[in-house]
Design a binder for this molecule. Structure first.
Ligand SMILES: [Zn+2]
Length: 230
């Protein structure tokens, strides 16, 4: 256990909420077992982490963006509904360049792109490729790809690192989730003997997505998938 309550809470007061959330959910994670731990923490802690982590300005901005999006959506549905709008949310490819100017886990929301999976975001290049991968998957299985974790802010990485068993979470500031180019998947993909996992192995590379070699064994994370090379 690398978590030192005194040390963390003294150094980083704004993260106290996140650390506390992590402490609350770590019991849950233990109950789910190590392989499900990350997901349990990710799901339960996500809302708290976002709330605790975002400054008022960021929250306001997020609200503005979502208001804009819903206005746009109703405009679309009002006229000729665009068939692709649900599967491929608006995502300006140029955001990807802008996103690279920020450190790991510090990318402002406006430079990321939303996935069809509610509440999940990725860097634009990874998101645009994922839309296509998701569409192919949906054509085959009849459902969207199930996502448990996507872009991961620094505070969230810190929380996971403190609460997950050693080796199960990346050192804060180094996670590919913090670059917005990694996803943790579910719906069968988290099990490497499933049809869903095999399909992903066979088809994801066409869309620039892959299951990294380390994730087959060290640590074993069949649910973890990445886009591109950096
Ligand atoms: Zn992951």
């Amino acid at each position: 256990m690398k978590f030192l309550p005194g040390k963390n809470s003294n150094i980083v007061l704004p993260w106290t909420g996140v650390v506390l959330a992590g402490m609350l959910t770590s019991g849950l994670a233990a109950a789910f077992g190590p392989s499900d731990g990350e997901r349990a923490v990710a799901e339960t802690g996500a809302a708290t982490a976002v709330a605790a982590n975002h400054s008022l300005a960021a929250v306001n901005e997020a609200a503005k963006t979502s208001a804009k999006t819903s206005a746009k959506t109703s405009a679309k549905t009002g006229s000729t509904a665009k068939r692709t709008s649900a599967a491929e949310p608006d995502c300006d490819a140029s955001r990807s360049k802008k996103a690279r100017e920020f450190p790991n886990g510090r990318i402002p929301s406006r430079y990321l792109c939303s996935l069809p999976q509610a509440g999940h975001k990725l860097r634009a290049d990874a998101a645009l490729a994922f839309y296509k991968l998701n569409a192919a998957y949906k054509k085959h299985f009849g459902t969207d790809i199930c996502v448990t974790s996507s872009y991961r802010p620094y505070s969230k990485q810190k929380q996971l690192y403190a609460t997950m068993p050693s080796g199960m979470a990346a050192r804060p500031g180094t996670s590919n989730h913090g670059w917005g180019r990694a996803l943790d998947l579910c719906g069968g993909i988290q099990n490497d003997s499933s049809r869903q996992f095999k399909w992903m192995e066979n088809h994801s590379k066409k869309y620039g997505w892959f299951h990294p070699a380390w994730a087959y064994s060290n640590p074993y994370e069949p649910w973890h998938w990445e886009y591109g090379s950096k």
